[in-house]
Design a protein around this ligand. Sequence first.
Ligand code: HEM
Length: 387
Amino acid sequence: MAVYQMGPIAMDESFIYTFFPLLIAILLLIYIKSKEANETVGEQTGSTSSTYSLWDPDRKRPAVSDTAAPTFFQEPITPFDDSMEILSTPPHPFRPFKPKYHMTMGLEKCAPNDLFLLDSLYPSRIALRKRIVNEFPEMTLGASQTCDTTIKELYSYILSQHLPLRFPKLFTITADAEFKNHVSGDVFPAIPPKSSMEALKILATTVEDDILILQKEEERETYSLQGFIACFPNGFDSSKKMGMGLNEIHEPVPMFKERLALSMERFFGKLEVGKWVRRLNWTISTHDRLFLPTGNHHYEGEQIPEQPETVDLEKTFLRVERQVLLRLPASRDMVFFVKTYMTRLARVKEEGQGEALATAIDGWPEKLGVYKKRIVWGEAVKAALRA
Ligand code: HEM
């Protein structure tokens, strides 16, 4: 029998005939198994071949993205399977009221997939936002020059990554690098336009959320408002808040200074890229107007209007804001998204929650009740909810 010398090891012929085929078989098996494992991970996370994963160097990229940074989010965005169906789904029934109000940060984790919650109101809300932006450009859009690159970063992310990946039937990127909104029919460049105002206008009429951009000011040790899209502000004029720090922005809010100012400043300082959070705010509105640069709050020194005897629950609303806060990866600026939900109080009562809401209105501390105008509509609304 022939004996072969391989370096220091001597092997006979029968060993080579069995060893090498066995080695090749093992390597083949390892390759097949690892391929299977990759496919299983994709199934478990709900991802498909079109999923854009930031951790995968060979990921499929949307046609255009100029400022995409390496870690926008920590979980991949997965396509909403039947995004067309979203347009026949009613808005999410957020009912955040509790018997007793505690002024806390109230933050929860927000999955990247849930940044924008689209629903059946999307087409009418977008049409309304277009009218508001055209009629009140100064109060709805604004940015300082320091925001130019931040706005580009945000625009690229939302138009060329997030929306087409999450809702692939509603938003696409064309071969000509254009973003197509299949609901409104709008087509915009996927690359951010040079003008920040133009970029903000496109964003304002593509997503339903208002967007506030805050930048760190070293000298003032705070984050200040440097850019905004505010089509549905709840009682304040964002253009008047421009340049203000977090404390100053919230100056009219009773108890804010004592209860939230410090924790909020700390939180803004330490929130990491990729860790998105969300919170809910709620109030009562005695009309259905969404664009409210004044009016839903009572400020010190203002006269208190006469209290109505009765209210019509069909025309009085639970106004809920779903707010999402995140840090942009390239600029490291903070972005605050606000989506507004309006529910007729008649509906809340039909759901059997009339008493719970009346109790929650009573649960606001006195000063907060004044700020939210409970002194005006409180008794009439509670009586109607309890009737
Ligand atoms: C996690 C962060 C935040 C918390 C916990 C928070 C909390 C609050 C609370 C409790 C109110 C009182 C409103 C109500 O209860 O109806 C309020 C009002 C307000 N917040 Fe915030 N907020 C946060 C972030 C922001 C950011 C980033 C902005 C950006 C501009 C902002 C702008 C405002 C404005 C403009 C008002 C109304 C103030 C007024 O009446 O003039 N908030 N916020």
